[in-house]
Design a binder for this molecule. Structure first.
Ligand code: ADP
Ligand code: MG
Length: 213
């Protein structure tokens, strides 16, 4: 890549089914943005704050605990409210670029489309939770669940353990949302890592140009 983006703060989230390559691509994008002069703050949702990490542990690793989809949704929202107030809003206010592994869109896909809560209800709760702090750009890494699933480790977390049919509904939900909301850029995540990264950098450059208008 020869083009570099103008330096202005950005809030970018990464989403997609488990094993799509979010962490891999986020780390590569961090490098590029840092080289271009951005001060990058990394976060993961749920998590990053102390309260958020404890909620994450409950949500993903305490599989002996039964959680209904609405309970799950509200726990994710609680973790996110803390993340917004402690990390994301202050970072943006001080001119930093925030790269977040997942955000509200994940709840809409997982607890909404895939678990049966009306996606509009998830969006309404989300509106209160994020308090107007929404990503400038969401990178949706899209690939079929049967390609993503074998990439997961042996120890599946609560969400991963829901299985391939569930992941299929999650993927469909993500794609539906991406077809409605222009800030969601869908990237073909079946490609090689470098090709995906190039597509992501192009999406970031395009968004920066739009924001400069
Ligand atoms: P996520 O954070 O979305 O769950 P990761 O970035 O952790 O995904 O990637 C999951 C696994 O798949 C890792 O072992 C990673 O090395 C591998 N992987 C990531 N991107 C690709 C790709 N484009 N092709 C093949 N394997 C990949
Ligand atoms: Mg990851």
């Amino acid at each position: 890549m020869t083009t570099s983006p103008p330096v202005r703060p950005l809030f970018i989230s990464f989403d997609g089914i488990d094993g799509a390559g979010k962490s891999t691509q986020r780390d590569l994008l961090t490098q590029w943005l840092t080289d271009a002069g951005h001060q990058v703050v990394l976060c993961r949702d749920p998590g990053t704050t102390e309260a958020g990490e404890r909620i994450r542990d409950l949500l993903l690793h305490r599989k002996e605990l039964e959680l209904h989809p609405r309970t799950e949704m509200l726990l994710y929202m609680a973790a996110r409210a803390q993340l917004v107030d402690d990390i994301v809003r202050p970072a943006i206010a001080s001119g930093k670029t925030v790269l977040c592994d997942r955000y509200l869109l994940a709840n809409i896909a997982y607890q909404g489309y895939a678990s049966g809560i009306d996606p509009e209800d998830v969006r309404s709760v989300g509106k209160v939770t994020v308090d107007r702090v929404m990503p400038d750009l969401t990178i949706l890494l899209d690939l079929p669940e049967d390609i993503a699933f074998p990439r997961l480790g042996k120890e599946l977390d609560r969400m991963e353990a829901k299985g391939v049919a569930f992941m299929h509904r999650v993927r469909e939900g993500f794609l539906k949302e991406a077809s409605i909301y222009p800030h969601v850029a869908t990237i073909d995540a079946t490609q090689e890592i470098d090709a995906i990264q190039t597509a992501i950098r192009n999406a970031v450059t395009t968004r920066l140009k739009e924001m400069a208008k």
